[in-house]
Write a protein that binds this ligand. Structure first.
Ligand SMILES: NC(=O)c1ccc[n+]([C@@H]2O[C@H](COP(=O)([O-])OP(=O)(O)OC[C@H]3O[C@@H](n4cnc5c(N)ncnc54)[C@H](O)[C@@H]3O)[C@@H](O)[C@H]2O)c1
Length: 362
């Protein structure tokens, strides 16, 4: 294992928008070193390698044959990943995979089977759980600061009319399957489906709502999630209308973030930064997950809670460090294939529900 400094040797497959962020964040890791980069686009991989000196490849099989790796991060579009997982598992290398794990629950289960059969560890990139504002919110909930969680909600509603809806391409989500926009249920809401169950400490028991299919006309997406403990989670996504935020509303964002206009580096005022609301029997939390701020309201009033750790994209460093530490200790990953499969199971239930409540098989 590892280099002379005991850092695990990492290869990245897929150096697009998120791949470049993983690369940037991993520079601050004491646990891993990126030694190989692979992207089907030779220009992209060469540009990224120029900043770090890693070896470059345009197909993952050549990378696996030439390099001795401890971890491969799969950062390509969801539709491309099953074949890559099969090849990396055959090579016996641990995998950290981006969200959503696959475009169907069946493919994600096949990934888990391939890795189990090969004795390979498969970690799932539920990166929101590594954002300091969410981590601290989770700690507060566990210590009873807001009592029993009864309601969780998040939405993204805005844009500049119907023309601002942009569908993710079919090479990310094949036509006819789950799909939609970058700030919709599948590509963004999948984080919240995972985070709601984690924050409330209870799995999703039923789901209802509707999501866009790849290739179809885009409409408003929504979901109501029934957690096993009786709490409900609420998601609404629409980026083809106009925002209702008023001038003066907003938050200074310390962290990098995404919205329908793309990636923002942080260190700027944001008129409507993403936030998650968690309501309990004794208080409520407002979590600005990328803006890196957390507020608690209870009978004593509203106060800001100080956060430890650095904002996005440092959560990708925290994520790989946690995964690397578990690998070094021969532990199963805290966030493994089961979490990725659970999120896809809920997504498929939302799609299947057509507005009815659909029970989730555990
Ligand atoms: N965790 C997060 O917060 C977060 C944020 C953004 C994106 N993502 C996820 O990351 C994934 C990638 O998103 P993106 O925005 O970087 O996409 P992108 O289209 O910008 O980049 C994908 C890259 O993969 C490469 N690629 C495709 N197939 C390949 C193959 N078979 N072998 C090698 N390279 C291949 C492409 O050339 C491209 O450079 C998506 O699943 C997305 O949901 C996660």
């Amino acid at each position: 294992l590892s280099d002379g400094l005991n850092r695990l040797r990492v290869g990245l497959i897929g150096i697009g928008g998120v791949g470049r962020l993983h690369l940037e964040a991993y520079r601050r890791s004491a646990a891993v070193e990126v030694v190989a980069l692979c992207d089907a686009d030779p220009k992209r991989v060469a540009e990224a390698a120029a900043t770090c000196g890693a070896a470059t490849y345009t197909d993952h099989q050549s990378m696996l044959a030439a390099e001795s790796l401890d971890i491969v991060c799969i950062l390509t579009p969801p539709a491309s990943r099953l074949r890559i997982v099969a090849d990396v598992a055959s090579a016996g290398v641990a995998i950290l995979i981006e969200k959503p794990m696959a475009t169907t629950r069946a493919d994600a289960e096949e990934m888990r089977r391939l890795c189990d059969d090969a004795g390979v560890t498969l970690g799932y990139g539920a990166s929101y759980r590594h954002l300091p504002a969410l981590k601290h919110a989770h700690d507060l909930i566990v210590t009873g600061a807001i009592g029993d969680v009864i309601l969780l909600r998040e939405d993204f509603i805005g844009g500049r009319g119907p023309a601002s809806r942009t569908a993710l391409p079919p090479w990310h989500y094949p036509a006819g399957g789950i799909g939609g926009t970058g700030m919709g249920l599948v590509d963004h809401g999948v984080h919240l489906i995972d985070a709601f169950a984690w924050l409330a400490g209870s799995p999703v028991a039923w789901a209802s709502g509707r999501g866009n299919r790849s290739g179809d006309a885009l409409e408003t997406e929504y979901a109501v999630l029934g957690l096993a403990n009786g709490a409900t989670g609420h998601l609404i996504y629409e980026d083809g209308t106009w925002p209702t935020q008023l001038p003066g509303e907003g938050q200074f964002s310390w962290g990098a973030s995404w919205d329908q206009d793309g990636y923002h580096p942080g260190g700027m005022w944001q008129a409507h930064p993403g936030s998650i609301h968690v309501h309990g029997t004794r208080g409520a939390l407002r979590i600005f997950h990328y803006a890196h701020a957390l507020y608690l309201t209870d009978a004593e009033g509203t106060r800001q809670i100080a956060l430890e750790g650095d904002p996005a994209p440092d959560h990708f460093r925290a994520q790989i460090d946690a995964f690397a530490a578990e690998l070094m200790d021969n532990m199963s990953p805290t966030i493994g294939a089961d979490a990725g499969i659970a999120a896809l199971t809920v997504l498929e239930a939302i799609y299947a529900s057509a507005g009815r409540n659909v029970a989730i098989e555990a």
